[in-house]
Structure formats: structure tokens, C-alpha cells
Design a protein around this ligand. Structure first.
Ligand code: SF4
Ligand code: SF4
Length: 110
């Protein structure tokens, strides 16, 4: 067969159903306000840590929903627990408790 310089790329799909969702299940039980999030982005826009670093609180929410625990561990360390995000959240998501509950859930996984 003639070589056109193209090849089939390796599959890069991620099957999120196979990821570890234990942190998400812990949060659903211990901080159920996370289920009311409408992904408006107000928390990210006002985040103190986000002003000084690449921290993104909505990325944190995406990671635990996907069950990506390893990057989640690194990400939550950047939160200063100042609570500004909670003041602007239209759905009353308790973000500080969410971060603390994520840490507790991760500690329980060890
Ligand atoms: S401000 Fe509240 S509702 Fe909006 S994205 Fe953040 S947690 Fe979700
Ligand atoms: S509590 Fe954390 S996520 Fe919320 S505004 Fe402060 S640094 Fe950002």
C-alpha cells in the first residue's frame, strides 16, 4: 500500500465510568450542596487564590465529578479557605466544607 505519511492515532478516549468515584460519593453524602451547582463560574471569578495562581475552583469540581483523584489532590492544596466564593454562589454551595470534605475523603482512601 502506498505510504501517504498518515497513520491511525492511538485512542485517547477516557472512560470516566472506570474512574474512582469514591470522593464524589463521599461528597454527595457529606456536602450535598455540591449537587445544586449550576456551573455559573461566579466562584472562579472571585476566587482569591485564582487571582494569584492558576487555581480554578471549578476545575476542582470537574475533577471530583470525573473521579480524577490524583490531580484533585494537588489542586485543593491551592485553596486558602477564605470563603469568598461562598459569598457569591447563587446556589449556596458550601465550598469551604467541600474542600475540607474532599481532603477527608482522600485521607480515607489511603
Ligand atoms: S458559584 Fe456556585 S453555582 Fe456557580 S459554579 Fe460556583 S459553586 Fe457552582
Ligand atoms: S475559599 Fe478557596 S476556592 Fe473559595 S475563594 Fe477562597 S481560595 Fe478561592
Amino acid at each position: 500500500m502506498k505510504d501517504f505519511g498518515y497513520s491511525i492515532r492511538k485512542d485517547r478516549q477516557i472512560d470516566y465510568d472506570k474512574n474512582d468515584k469514591r470522593v464524589l460519593h463521599y461528597l454527595e453524602k457529606h456536602e450535598p450542596s455540591i449537587l445544586t451547582c449550576i456551573a455559573c463560574g461566579s466562584c472562579t471569578a472571585t476566587c482569591s487564590a485564582g487571582n494569584f495562581s492558576d487555581f480554578n475552583i471549578r476545575l476542582v469540581q470537574t475533577l471530583f465529578r470525573r473521579g480524577e483523584t490524583e490531580p484533585l489532590k494537588l489542586e485543593i492544596r491551592k485553596c486558602m479557605l477564605c470563603g469568598k466564593c461562598q459569598l457569591v454562589c447563587p446556589r449556596g454551595v458550601n465550598m469551604r466544607n467541600m474542600i475540607l470534605a474532599i481532603q477527608t475523603a482522600i485521607d480515607k482512601l489511603k
